[in-house]
Design a protein around this ligand. Structure first.
Ligand SMILES: [Zn+2]
Length: 480
């Protein structure tokens, strides 16, 4: 009897191993095969143009009175002067005052147009950190094979690479098959009203777009453990954004005679409850795409895990959960960001409130998350309300088998032949989320290799990144 059971177990085990191995061997590369076309060296002139763009302080501030609009006008004049063919041959419109929409008519009006996006604005230099920069943040210094300065990585490399490529193609007499729009918002860093106005304009004109390409994931050589090759991360969706305000009102009084529970007690318990129980981990479509694209390229053991998520999902989630960025890829997150209560050390406050910021996974609706939060807190004394103007659902998901994804992937494989291409979920927000109604093919990708100092000190991109970024856009436009 025991022998039979043991034998049965042995067979089951062997069958399991066989399934795991078969799945692993069948888990083969899905990378596009494209003939490599290495990029030429960057012309000194293109480098000068990039530098000139960094010199202009197109800084966005949440406090609108601090924004120097003359810088945006100067930036437009700079583009006109630097790219004469673009301005002679493309239609240029100013939208929402400072956003730019260029129209490059294609040969075939039957084809759906494409949109290439970038934003003109940059984030401020945080007060007190000016001296911590190695170089003047607006000088556009080229040093140690990097181009340094605020906005180099976010997002002027894309804007200048697009303009350089179009100017070059115009000089060569090239005319695109389909119409190409260039859409450059002016306030991405403070909400993106400019891009929204452009998207609305296109909706009014009943323009349906084939591909929208905006900033997003980058090419990384180091961020994916155990992966020998660099990988280009193409954002096929972005998380939603929601802030909830938790508030408690309870008569206060003197701190010498506290009641059993104060407003602060009730509020902090509520926050702890929300934080203690993370939302369910999920492999969204972009995440499944990532597993499918990167998995076959990994060493055998990891490959086996990726090839058998039906069995190892728990293991994978466990690995992702360990870090903040990893955790953000697999679930809707909650982060308390502001607490308000109290005015004096010996007075118990009547009012206490807190902000919790949520980043919503595609598929998790804000209203459902709010219901879950109310249930978790399970205390009618805590009011849970939306913070007005700080709520966007997760974006739609772009199909990685669709032409948009495949065109971008093809251009990457050409310009960066060693690089793998994979879908991924964007954690941060971009202007392109406003285009959900204009296109179902939105790709969030910046063709640069591991930029440094995003929004921080010593922001910079390598000259190599600029070289291949120029080449990428040229190849992409030719192929659109
Ligand atoms: Zn940006």
């Amino acid at each position: 009897m025991i022998k039979k059971i043991l034998l049965g177990l042995l067979f089951a085990l062997l069958a399991l191993v066989a399934v795991l191995l078969i799945n692993t061997f069948r888990f083969s590369s899905i990378q596009q095969k494209v003939a490599a076309l290495p990029a030429p060296e960057v012309a000194e002139q293109a480098l000068d143009h990039f530098k000139g763009a960094v010199n202009i302080k197109t800084v966005s501030y949440l406090d609108a009175s601090k924004i120097d609009t003359t810088q945006f006008i100067a930036f437009h004049q700079y583009l006109e002067k630097t790219y004469p063919l673009v301005h002679a041959q493309l239609k240029v419109e100013k939208v929402a005052r400072f956003s730019l929409l260029y129209t490059w008519e294609g040969k075939n009006p039957q084809l759906k147009p494409s949109v290439l996006m970038a934003h003109q604005d940059v984030v401020p230099i945080e007060e007190g950190t000016e001296k911590m920069w190695t170089v003047d943040p607006f000088a556009g210094t080229v040093k140690d094979n990097f181009i340094w300065g605020r906005g180099t990585a976010d997002d002027k490399i894309n804007l200048i690479s697009i303009m350089e490529s179009v100017e070059k193609l115009l000089a060569a007499g090239f005319k695109p098959e389909r119409t190409v729009y260039l859409a450059f918002g002016h306030d991405e860093e403070i909400g993106g009203k400019g891009a929204e106005a452009i998207a609305t304009l296109m909706k009014e004109r009943k323009i349906q777009v084939d591909l929208v390409l905006d900033e997003g994931g980058v090419i990384t050589k180091e961020k994916i453990p155990n992966l020998a090759k660099p990988v280009a991360l193409l954002g096929t969706a972005e998380k939603g954004y929601m802030s909830l305000i938790l508030s408690v009102e309870k008569s206060g009084g003197h701190s010498s005679m506290p009641e059993k529970e104060t407003s602060i007690d009730i509020l902090t318990k509520a926050i702890v409850k929300v934080r203690a129980k993370p939302f369910d981990a999920k492999f969204t479509t972009p995440m499944q795409g990532f597993i499918r694209a990167v998995g076959p390229e990994l060493p055998f053991l990891q490959k086996m895990v990726f090839a058998n998520t039906w069995l190892f999902k728990g293991v994978l989630v466990g690995i992702y959960e360990k870090t903040g960025p990893g955790n953000a890829m697999v679930r809707t997150t909650a982060a308390p960001t502001i607490i308000n209560a109290g005015i004096k050390d010996n007075v118990i406050p009547t009012m206490a409130s807190a902000y919790i910021n949520f980043r919503l996974l595609p598929g998790d609706k804000g209203a459902d998350i709010r219901e879950k939060v109310i249930a978790l807190i399970d205390d009618p004394r805590v009011k849970v309300e939306y913070k007005n103007g700080f709520f966007t659902e997760a974006s739609g998901v772009t199909d990685e088998a669709g032409s948009g994804f495949q065109q971008v992937a093809g251009a990457i494989r050409k310009a960066y032949p060693e690089t793998l291409v994979s879908p991924f979920l964007m954690i941060g927000a971009t202007d392109s989320r406003k285009f959900d109604e204009v296109s179902s093919n939105i790709i969030k990708f910046s063709p640069m290799v591991d930029p440094i100092g995003f929004h921080g000190i010593d922001e910079r991109v390598s000259v190599e990144s600029f070289k291949t970024s120029l080449w990428f856009y040229e190849q992409l436009i030719r192929g659109l």
